[in-house]
Design a protein around this ligand. Structure first.
Ligand SMILES: [Zn+2]
Ligand SMILES: [Zn+2]
Length: 288
């Protein structure tokens, strides 16, 4: 990314609202690249906005939820700059058995009246779950989950309230007892074993949040060529990169749309990696 080198946040304070120690990933790039001081507000139960483990449904989209979370922290700490992060996990749209993780970090500035966010998408995630019987061998699941560096969550597979739910489990010695308890509480006699996706229990996710925070720091130094507001960066993509065999449009990204968070300035740019065609194997016309 071309850097204009502006820094409007040197020496300023921003409040990060997190229950899960995300400051370990988010504060260093903002401090190093912007000299922005990141304070943490831990006094807010962000789980009311949605959790990964089914008790509270995630109703709004990630960006709206992240903005709401940042604003709660800003109000609580009486700060005009706020930060929060949201992650989502799911099966990969086209590759079976592979998970996908999206990380979003939002920066709310109520003095400049702007909201800047960054997003990263990665297949580097241990996201997975399995319904298991009490006497089942779960060693393969645990190996893939990178247990015990990464924690797991155990709950009944089928029940009305998913109680009891045990989170942040990292001890092999208690694992089987908890699986049995949850299986006994489930109408089908099985426990649901899940990877714990909370940042402080999932080093792989924490690494992705750090990558996203680094991109956000760059973006907060990047100015709009029109109005000079910070936050200039990719706001959209245009798919349709032509197949290198038949020339038909594929789902691969053709252009990046760069834009401003304040004015309507937009710029259509070719892909950063310089690719102007897509491999035939990704083409729906060649491989219907
Ligand atoms: Zn083709
Ligand atoms: Zn602008």
């Amino acid at each position: 990314m071309l850097m204009s080198g502006v820094n409007k946040y040197q020496g300023r304070r921003a409040v990060l609202t997190t229950m899960h120690r995300k400051e370990a990933a988010i504060a260093p790039p903002l401090q190093n690249k912007l000299r922005l001081k990141v304070e943490v507000n831990r006094g807010i139960n962000t789980d009311v906005l949605g959790t990964f483990t089914r008790e509270v449904a995630r109703e709004k989209d990630m960006l709206a939820t992240a903005i709401e979370k940042a604003r709660i922290g800003m109000k609580h700490s009486r700060q005009s700059l706020g930060i929060s992060s949201e992650g989502s996990f799911g099966p990969h749209p086209s590759i079976p058995f592979l998970g996908i993780n999206r990380e979003l970090i939002v920066f709310v500035d109520d003095e400049r009246h702007i909201v800047v966010h960054e997003l990263v998408t990665t297949e580097d995630t241990n996201f997975s779950s399995a319904a298991v019987s009490p006497d089942e061998d779960v060693s393969e699941f645990l190996r893939a989950a990178q247990f015990p560096d990464h924690a797991v969550v155990i709950s009944p597979h089928e029940s009305l309230d998913y109680r009891p739910t045990f989170k942040g489990i990292r001890e092999r010695t208690v694992l089987h007892g908890l699986i049995r308890r949850c299986a006994d509480a489930s109408s089908d006699g099985k426990a649901l074993l899940q990877t714990d996706m909370r940042a402080n229990f999932n080093p792989t996710r924490m690494k992705m949040i750090a990558t996203c925070a680094d991109k956000l720091a760059d973006r907060l130094r990047s100015e709009c060529p029109e109005c000079l507001e910070v936050g200039w960066g990719i706001v959209d993509i245009e798919r349709g990169l032509p197949c290198d065999f038949c020339g038909e449009a594929t789902k691969a990204v053709k252009f990046e749309i760069w834009g401003c968070v304040r004015c309507t300035c937009r710029e259509k740019r070719f892909r950063l990696d310089g690719r102007s065609s897509s491999e035939q194997q990704h083409c729906d016309s060649c491989n219907p």
